[in-house]
Design a protein around this ligand. Structure first.
Ligand SMILES: [Fe+2]
Length: 434
């Protein structure tokens, strides 16, 4: 496999891009291998119909690779507005004159054929930043993988069984027996963000130096078992654990447990892709909002890590284990199974500090708002990151089991509203040196 960081070999890079484009398309088609009714229905007001996501990734690819880089005449200019995420809020998408599923598949395949022609002809050493290092292909690849993860969230919300494949994962190690639950990270300066990873987004740039005092961070994400103890202790009925807006949300929405959890016969059960199963105690908790993560941390006598603390705990490399592409020994990424792995399942993915499962399993909420780094410059368009900066969205790090390895790294930043929990979100705690 070509190392994405070694861009000297342009032929190998083009082959890698072509292979990755084929793989991501297989993935998108697998998640939309359902009847038209399932694809056209809006399963939740938070999500688009699946067929919107499908045509949208093709339209995005057309805009950026064909029109912007290839100078190709628009194939279907009349559909641009329908698939512009900024012009059509999710709740309005079902009423749009969307392409029907077969038409959408034909459209994205027509785009893709021309994209491969552009890939053949394009100069990737060009001084144009969209072409250099194949950035624009990295952009559309990551974008499609991100929509694939969104489609998985939609499929989970649909509660329909049989649409998403499951698989095997390595076993966990009991964290109580094998290692201390917290890791001490010594104070000092470290480099946050990146100036060198070729396909990194604008919001990960530029690299800059950050000083942090000593702190402690959990070795593993918080498990279902640990989170259930918070629920059983009346965590959702006690405002002392919640920030005021979080408490308002709990009362207004009647929240009593993570999304998809129910209690039956004294046991916790969950719906996972349409099937009911007992909540496994040793898996990282998922489908919790930032407010829930923050309340749990306070109840536990801790706090959420800042994103700088989270990133420093990774040890300053592309991945916590080093620069090698993620494999089965390192991380639960890329939908091997449709769930997080138990804690302790990836000793081979530990960071130099010994912190585990930072990448993969669940997106981890941090205490930080989504803000630009010093020296930030919007690229290639301000609607990717810039319009989201401020005190509206909280940052999540590390990717989930549903995230593809090409769409995550230690510097990667995701963000969402603090009430959202249909995403594959969990967390770990931190605390200051005392
Ligand atoms: Fe998009």
């Amino acid at each position: 496999m070509t190392d994405l960081n070694d861009l000297r070999d342009v032929t190998a890079l083009k082959e890698r891009i072509a292979a990755e484009l084929a793989a991501v398309r297989d993935r998108s088609l697998a998640y939309t291998d359902a009847d038209d009714e399932t694809l056209l229905r809006q399963h939740s007001p938070l999500m688009s119909p699946l067929v919107w996501d499908l045509a949208h990734v093709g339209n995005y690819e057309e805009l950026w690779v064909l029109r912007e880089v290839g100078g190709v005449t628009p194939l279907r200019p009349e559909i641009d507005d329908i698939y512009d995420a900024f012009k059509t809020p999710r709740k309005d998408r079902p009423s749009l004159p969307m392409l029907a599923p077969d038409e959408a598949r034909r459209y994205i395949s027509g785009v893709r054929g021309r994209v491969l022609d552009v890939l053949d002809a394009v100069d990737l050493d060009d001084s144009d930043p969209l072409r250099a290092g194949g950035f624009v292909f990295g952009l559309v690849l990551q974008h499609e993988h991100q929509h694939d993860e969104t489609m998985l969230a939609t499929l989970q919300l649909s509660r329909q069984p049989g649409l998403v494949r499951d698989g095997a994962l390595p076993p966990g190690r009991s964290p109580n027996l094998s290692a201390a639950p917290e890791v001490h990270i010594p104070g000092g300066v470290f480099t946050m963000g990146t100036g060198t990873v070729p396909w990194a987004y604008d919001n990960e740039r530029p690299a800059y130096r950050v000083h942090l005092p000593d702190y402690w961070i959990d070795r593993y994400p918080v498990t279902n078992g640990a989170y259930a103890a918070f629920v059983e202790d009346g965590g959702y009925r006690d405002p002392q654990w919640w920030v005021p807006r979080g408490w308002e949300w709990v009362e207004r929405a009647g929240v009593e447990a993570p999304l998809f959890w129910t209690k039956d016969g004294g046991e916790w059960w969950r719906i996972r892709f349409g099937r009911e199963e007992q909540v496994p105690e040793d898996e990282p908790v998922q489908h919790v909002s930032w407010y829930e993560a923050d309340a749990y941390a306070r109840w536990a006598g801790k706090r959420l890590p800042t994103e700088a603390e989270w990133e420093k705990a990774c040890g300053g490399r592309l991945y916590p284990w080093g620069d090698a592409q993620p494999g089965l020994e390192q991380a639960n990424l890329g939908h091997h199974a449709a769930r997080p792995a138990p804690v302790g399942a990836y000793p081979g993915g530990a960071s130099p500090y010994g912190v585990e499962q930072l990448v993969g399993d669940v997106w981890e909420w941090t205490d930080s708002w989504f803000q630009p780094y010093p020296g930030y410059r919007s690229f290639p368009y301000k609607e990717y990151s810039e319009v989201f900066f401020g005190e509206t969205y909280r940052v999540l790090r590390g990717g989930s089991w549903a995230t593809h390895p090409s769409a995550v790294r230690t510097t990667f930043r995701n963000w969402d509203h603090p009430i959202r929990r249909q995403i594959f979100s969990g967390f770990r705690c931190a605390r200051s040196e005392s």
